[in-house]
Design a protein around this ligand. Structure first.
Ligand code: SF4
Length: 354
């Protein structure tokens, strides 16, 4: 259910079935040009595909423009309250702007922003947030809920569409995972514009990752979302890393080894926790990021059967263990040699493919 419309942000396409694009936001001083450039480059190196910057002043808008002219990654200007900042950011070369029409001022001012975006044919992200829902919607519904959030998003999209512009992306933000999910599902069924998904104010690394995994993972599995931002109270590098983790766990990225390991049980006779971690670290250390599945199982009785799909695997036993591939035993080795034997077989097969 990816959106039908395609929106171009710089040279990055979102929507229309394109792969989900990862984005993040800088969190250094918007007037510190060097810090911004360093952070943008670090994020880009980590896999960030679109970067958003807060533009809280005219000076910040000018700096935004200078940075825009010196980096490749598409840049989005995040604007609140002052329509003149939005216009200046557009003139400074923003590839997209993010506004909340509800806080940008009068309809007349909004129209000025829309016309500026139209002139440069850059998309506008219409962002609504459960914390700043229009009063009439809250009054009508008696609370802030998913339906109200969806109504606000659709209303604001229509406001801009009625101004003759439909180069739009929509986002709805709530820190309530369930409300967020329901609101997105509603909007996805009622608009063809690409959807930017995220759980706002998700929290610290621990709680933020948990909410993002559930909140974004469930939406993506339901086919909703064209671009995503994991929002954490942390270095934004963590946001990009975790966005990649979510996409990987859903099978939308295949840029690393899929390590599976059993939960252990009464049959386990080795220190499987250590062995599984050792295999994971060794693969990482050797730079093996092939899209293969490696299984680390606790016993020779059920291990290979339970991990039939694994390209490679090992199963511990009593003094001895086995190396297996696709459910078939290929070698019996001493327990202390399991790790090295597994690695040497993987290395050998990789060399054969070179
Ligand atoms: S693979 Fe063996 S040790 Fe691991 S959970 Fe299954 S039966 Fe238990």
């Amino acid at each position: 259910m990816s959106s039908k419309k395609i929106v171009k942000i710089g040279d990055v396409m979102i929507g229309g079935g394109n792969p989900i694009v990862i984005q993040s936001m800088t969190n250094v001083n918007p007037l510190d040009e060097n810090a911004l450039i360093n952070q943008i480059k670090a994020l880009e190196n980590e896999g960030c595909q679109i970067i958003r910057l807060a533009v809280p002043s005219m000076e910040a808008a000018e700096i935004f423009g200078r940075i825009k002219r010196s980096v490749e990654i598409p840049m989005v200007a995040d604007i609140h309250f002052d329509y003149r900042l939005a216009i200046e950011a557009i003139n400074q070369g923003a590839d997209k702007i993010r506004i909340n029409p509800g806080n940008i001022g009068s309809r007349e001012n909004l129209e000025k922003v829309v016309n500026a975006a139209k002139n440069r044919q850059i998309p506008i992200r219409v962002g609504v947030n459960s914390g700043s829902l229009e009063k009439d919607i809250v009054m009508k519904r008696g609370c802030v809920d998913a339906e109200g959030l969806a109504e606000s998003a659709l209303r604001n999209l229509k406001l801009i569409e009625d101004m003759g512009y439909d180069n739009l992306v929509v986002s709805l933000k709530s820190s309530d995972v369930k409300m967020n999910y329901e609101a997105h599902k509603l909007v996805a069924s009622m608009t063809e514009h690409p959807i930017h998904i995220g759980i706002t104010e998700a929290g610290t690394v621990k709680s933020g990752k948990l909410k993002s995994a559930v909140g974004l993972g469930s939406l993506i599995l339901a086919g909703v979302g064209d671009t995503m931002r994991v929002s954490l109270t942390a270095d934004p590098i963590e946001e990009v890393r975790f966005a990649k983790d979510i996409l990987y766990s859903i099978g939308l990225r295949k840029d690393r080894v899929n390590l599976v390991s059993c939960p252990t049980c009464g049959r386990t006779k080795i220190n499987l926790e250590k062995l599984a971690n050792d295999v994971e670290h060794a693969l990482e250390k050797e730079g093996i990021h092939d899209p293969i599945t490696v299984a680390v199982m606790g016993c020779v009785v059920n291990g290979p059967g339970e991990a039939k799909e694994a390209d490679y695997g090992l199963a511990g036993g009593d003094g001895k263990g086995i190396i297996f591939s696709k459910g078939e035993v290929i070698k019996i080795v001493k327990e202390e040699d399991l790790l090295e034997e597994l690695l040497s077989i993987i290395r050998r097969d990789r060399d054969l493919l070179k």
